[in-house]
Write a protein of this length. Structure first.
Length: 177
């Protein structure tokens, strides 16, 4: 009978230091920092460098935020593996984006990307395609395929996505706020 083995620790507490760094600087923070660097490079006349950094980040993390995408402050990428944000997509402030979420369009010659309002949650696997608008405080269910506008405060799910509920204070008969 073999005895269970204990995980080997790296010399000098390296494993402990890596965990501290991951807690202090989660992937979501690093993604936003790299995105801001990419936008700064692109805006200062270095589009090739911006593209190179973007491609390296995609290879390292599996997160693809295209040059030109607009992401609001406070947006969090939760378990962000496989997230794709198109080049003219807009994500508002304080949104939550889970793994495998895609915001994209169809053609490069036409800006037909989604515009997502503030405080929106997009759960795992959600796909938002085309020129659509998602209102503030909406929720997009897991694996939903959104192809039409979503009103403020709506909860949508399904393929194709349809309204399945409303957040408190929102609804078809209530003022959006």
């Amino acid at each position: 009978m073999t005895e269970p083995t204990t995980p080997r620790r790296a010399p000098g507490g390296l494993l402990r230091r890596r965990n501290v760094v991951r807690r202090i600087f989660p992937l979501s923070y690093k993604t936003m920092t790299v995105h801001r660097l990419i936008e700064r490079l692109n805006g200062s006349g270095h589009p090739d460098a911006a593209l190179a950094v973007s491609e390296c980040w995609k290879i390292l993390t599996g997160i693809e935020v295209k040059v030109g995408a607009q992401i609001g402050e406070g947006t969090i990428f939760v378990h962000a593996q496989g997230v794709v944000v198109g080049e003219s997509a807009v994500i508002g402030r304080d949104c939550r984006v889970y793994q495998q979420v895609t915001l994209g369009g169809g053609r490069r010659d036409r800006p037909d990307m989604p515009v997502v309002g503030d405080h929106v949650t997009m759960y795992a696997g959600a796909k938002l395609t085309g020129a659509l608008h998602v209102g503030d405080h909406a929720s997009i269910g897991a694996n939903a395929v959104v192809t039409h506008d979503v009103p403020a405060g709506a909860i949508v799910a399904g393929v194709p996505a349809r309204i399945v509920g409303w957040h408190d204070g929102f609804g078809p008969d209530e003022p959006s706020g």
